[in-house]
Design a binder for this molecule. Structure first.
Ligand code: NAD
Length: 462
């Protein structure tokens, strides 16, 4: 695979300060497909300086011009969508049709939404005798994970550009090629030099240097709760703004009046997509005791049908971790009805679509984020019991409710401690705020709420 051997800083590819590299591995066959530089503090410093130097001019650029650049970026992503999908498939392992539809398709939607918002957002409003200006926060340090490698980049960079901020991106070490492709797209779109900068590198080295850099005004992080907690503490100590999109353990609540077969089928597909590596996946399926056995049979059948269509996990570490969770589930008394811990293929980091029945709410597989193709079926006695179970984890990122009557589902959803709920299989909306309650995070991404994260207000009184 094509890779740059430098960092994208101040509008050009520049050699890294050091010689360390990161090997990029195709998780489907475990072959090294490219190497990228592993940047350090010096590279991060050069990138932050470039972003700071570019800030005054970009912040002063008219919103219509910022919108035009984001629209141009969207157009480049459209023109290069096949290349994007192939790159994501090569370094993440997602099956090509999923990469085309989701990994390439969703960022195009999100970039398009911010081209529109940059043009239409009220960056100035009258409040009584005051005029309130929404001004860019400044230099953004963006740190992203590998599971939706382009989406997570665009969900930070597009609103930051719309707000008038400049950016330094440190992408995940497993998926740097997608990030390099994105930097090429930014360049092609005519975004001025220094407005967007890319430093590839390891989290505890380049990521940490970025989070700690005093030239960064806002750290926007998506990743694990463990790292997010650390970044939040660092930012707090420096009185720096921080946005955290963290883990999840979402509940898929199937009320007795729902279309059971549909709810179970969509629920299993929701977990298996992207090989279970989705922070908002509905990994706990809650079913009324009267329908439990039927739901278990339907889920096992749906998982078995998935079979070979599932991609591998991203790397050897995740492979071992997810299989360890499955073994733990068995050891704690959950009943395997599909899949299991055995690797289904000799090569590649594959895990079979796995369904656990007889899961109780306190089991490890019902509490911790597995980040693999594993769904746990939990029985409930009545609605209050279902709510207690649904809300009974430290997370609160997403969820689903199914009922015969929409109003019944909405009434239940309003009682859930979570940032978004899909009603009867509701569709993705790129303008709706996305983010977590409780330990799933701080702040929101997407739409105007996502844009507001990159703005600060100044009030002038008359
Ligand atoms: P991770 O926290 O290990 O890594 C995320 C990013 O942080 C990577 O770029 C990594 O290099 C960097 N990083 C690691 N250590 C760092 C440090 N000490 N300082 C600064 N940066 C550091 O997470 P991951 O394994 O890459 O991603 C999986 C996790 O991300 C899951 O928990 C998942 O739920 C979460 N996630 C959340 C959302 C959301 O929107 N809430 C979306 C996707 C993924």
């Amino acid at each position: 695979m094509k890779a740059h051997d430098g960092m994208y800083i101040d509008g050009a590819w520049r050699p890294a300060a050091g010689r360390d590299t990161i090997a990029v591995v195709n998780p489907a066959d475990e072959q090294v497909i490219a190497e990228v530089p592993a940047g350090g503090a010096e590279d991060v410093d050069a990138a932050v300086r470039a972003a700071r130097a570019a800030l005054p001019a970009w912040a002063a650029t008219a919103p219509a011009e910022r919108a035009a650049r984001i629209a141009a970026l969207r157009d480049v992503l459209v023109a290069r969508k096949d290349e994007i999908a192939e790159t994501v498939t090569a370094e993440l392992g997602a099956p090509l049709p999923f990469s085309q539809a989701v990994h390439a398709g969703v960022p195009i939607l999100v970039a398009g939404s911010y081209a529109g918002l940059a043009a239409s957002y009220a960056f100035e409003e009258k409040v009584g005798n005051s005029t309130v200006y929404a001004e860019p926060v400044g230099v953004v340090g963006a740190i992203t994970p590998w599971n939706y490698p382009l989406h997570q980049i665009v969900a930070k960079v597009a609103p930051a550009l719309a707000a008038g901020c400049t950016i330094v991106l440190k992408p995940a070490e497993d998926t740097p090629l997608t990030a390099q492709l994105f930097a090429e797209a930014v360049h092609e779109a005519g975004v001025p030099a220094g407005v967007f900068n890319l430093v590839t590198g390891l989290g505890p080295v380049a990521g940490q240097a970025l989070a700690e850099h005093e030239g960064v005004d806002l750290v926007s992080f998506t990743g694990s709760t463990a790292v997010g907690r650390k970044i939040g503490a660092t930012a707090g100590a420096a009185v720096k703004r921080v946005a955290l999109e963290l883990g999840g353990k979402s509940a898929n609540v199937i009320l007795p009046s729902a279309d059971l077969a549909k709810a179970v089928g969509v629920g299993v597909a929701n977990v298996m997509g992207n090989s279970g590596q989705t922070c908002s996946a509905w990994t706990r399926m809650l079913v009324h005791t009267s329908q439990y056995d039927e739901a278990v049979a339907l889920a096992a059948e749906a998982a078995a049908k998935y079979g070979d269509r599932i991609g591998p996990l991203v790397n050897a570490k995740q492979h071992a971790r997810v299989r360890g969770y499955i073994e733990r589930g068995v050891a704690e008394g959950a009943r395997l009805v599909a899949g299991g811990p055995e690797a289904p293929r000799e090569q590649g980091y594959f895990v079979s679509p796995t369904v656990f029945a007889d899961v109780t709410p306190e089991m490890t597989v019902a509490q911790e984020e597995i980040f693999g193709p594993v769904v746990s079926l939990i029985r409930y006695e009545d609605e209050d019991d279902a709510l207690r179970i649904a809300n009974g984890t430290v997370y609160g990122l997403a969820g689903a409710v199914w009922a015969g009557d929409e109003a019944e589902a909405v009434a239940f959803a309003r009682r859930m401690d979570t940032g978004q709920v899909d009603i009867n299989g509701g569709r993705f909306n790129p303008l709706a705020p996305f983010g977590g309650y409780k330990q799933s995070g701080v702040g929101r991404e997407l739409g105007s709420h996502g844009l507001a994260e990159y703005l600060q207000t100044k009030s002038l009184q008359f």
